[in-house]
Ligand binder design. Structure first.
Ligand SMILES: [Zn+2]
Length: 126
């Protein structure tokens, strides 16, 4: 009788440094770096809780998920990947916009507001 394929009882779940996510250079070979500025707002349009600037280089992992400022927020954060893809797809240099957190705090939705500014620097030799 033939033996079936052995099933793996345990899935290997390790936080490997060899992440499966692509590098910026693989996803966007024409890009040299991407600068993202996030302004976390409080209640009220002029309220600023924190400003954060994150730079992505061609050797960085192409993961553009920004955390929510609220520690108690679950499944929150801001995924800027679609905005960045759109921007690079149109070969534009900068984009600005606003987003609200889609996560939840207790049983309510978080909706923490941010403003973002994305600046893409393209390689010259293309
Ligand atoms: Zn949140």
């Amino acid at each position: 009788m033939l033996r079936g394929r052995q099933r793996y009882a345990k899935k290997i779940q390790q936080n490997s440094s060899d992440s499966v996510s692509d590098l910026v250079s693989e996803q966007f070979p024409q890009v040299s770096d991407i600068s993202v500025r996030i302004i976390y707002h409080g209640n009220g349009a002029n309220s600023v809780l924190m400003v954060r600037t994150v730079n992505f280089f061609s050797s960085s992992s192409a993961s553009f998920h920004m955390h929510c400022i609220r520690k108690e927020c679950t499944n929150g954060g801001f995924d800027l990947a679609p905005k960045i893809k759109d921007l690079i797809g149109k070969h534009k240099k900068t984009a600005k916009g606003k987003m609200e957190c889609g996560g939840g705090v207790s049983s309510a939705s978080c909706r923490a507001p941010i403003s973002y500014e994305i600046a893409v620097l393209y390689r010259k030799c293309s």
